[in-house]
Design a binder for this molecule. Sequence first.
Ligand code: UD1
Length: 422
Amino acid sequence: MDKIQIFGGNPLIGEIKISGSKNSALPIMAASLLTDEKLSISNVPKLSDIDSMIKLLESLNVKVNKKNTTIDFQSFVPESLSASYELVRKMRASFLILGPLLARYGNASVSLPGGCAIGTRPVNLHLDGLERMGVKFKINSGYVTGNCEKGMKGSTINLKKISVGATENLMMAATLAEGETILKNAAREPEIIDLAKLLIKMGANIHGHGSKTIKIIGKKKLKGCEYKIMPDRIEAGTFALCVFGCSGKIKLLNVNKSISEHLQKIFKPLKSLNMIILDNGKSLLVKKIKETQVTIKIKTKEYPGFPTDLQAQLTSSLLKTKGKSEIVENIFENRFMHISELIRMGANLKQKGSKVIVSETKNLKGAEVMATDLRASSSLIIAGLIANGKTIINRVYHLDRGYEEIEKKLKKCGANIERIKK
Ligand code: UD1
């Protein structure tokens, strides 16, 4: 297995091109199951999660044609409407094929994703919503099998909790259901808007995406189209936090205005991080200005709040900052696997339930550490970049799920970072 080696202490100066959004690309790829016509998707990031989704779609008789960052998908009637544990366990987003398969074919069997390092992550909201649209489910040997031979019917669905994945699964299913579906308490993430825009280009009738209530009027058939994936706001936020932790100045390229404004808003409490929107929103200049005392209290929340996907990176970026900060994780119950690894580097961190207290660590030292999940991995990268001496990060495959060539992008900006291939 590959490792990442870092010698910390360098400031970061340069330009980084932000890739297409992973969390947008995955549901958009699942949407290829809604039509027999070709979808041509551009700005797809080169990540192992994307490869996992391609394998899953190919197992369902989707023909996939890759040309650099543009991928064509064309879905033909599959022999079997079943997604195996082997394919689903690698990536929870695989569960997003359930809604499209049920809407198009009336039945489907998908392995339950089970738990993962950041918590139990149930799928009850996906299943409850689909049941309201007329699907009957049976759970057997770890598989959920849904049936709605008479076709799906639009319905009003009040999501008990805000869920990105459930909103996406239900929105996709509703595009082919008979009549009107209203999703209440829907997630408002930009990735939901990106998926809705694609579906509308495919001919779907959707209103209110980006708000708490989404209305979808089902169509008999959707068509193919070309679509460009939005930039990855979590990747951009991670690099901004690298600059905050290490000091320096990086121009983030290929972003957009709404992502830039959102990052400016969520990082406002980090007073020494200066963010300037350039090129009409297409670039964001991120600069560390004079060090001040930082005492922040941040709680992760659904969009437009502080994203849980940047919580781990925020923690390590604060380690060398004067002051004492509090970070509360509100979305996942166990998203603190990085804490014990950071403590092995000497980090001054205390965890109490869902709260982490970060205090200034004068002597953060490089160490051999273990990545446990995707965002924990990037938080270890930030810690390695600001620590004294050598850090080795093991289990880099977690990083490759969601960051395209992160070590190359950081190296170009002056970081002393290498991938050690095994
Ligand atoms: C998506 C993102 C992930 C991000 C998360 C929250 C993708 C591919 N992944 O994951 O990076 O961290 O949103 O922003 O887009 N829940 C239930 N029942 C359900 C579904 C969810 O209780 O049926 C709970 C979860 O356990 C969690 C919360 O709802 O506590 C939010 O999860 P959700 O928004 O569904 O996350 P994902 O869509 O899996």
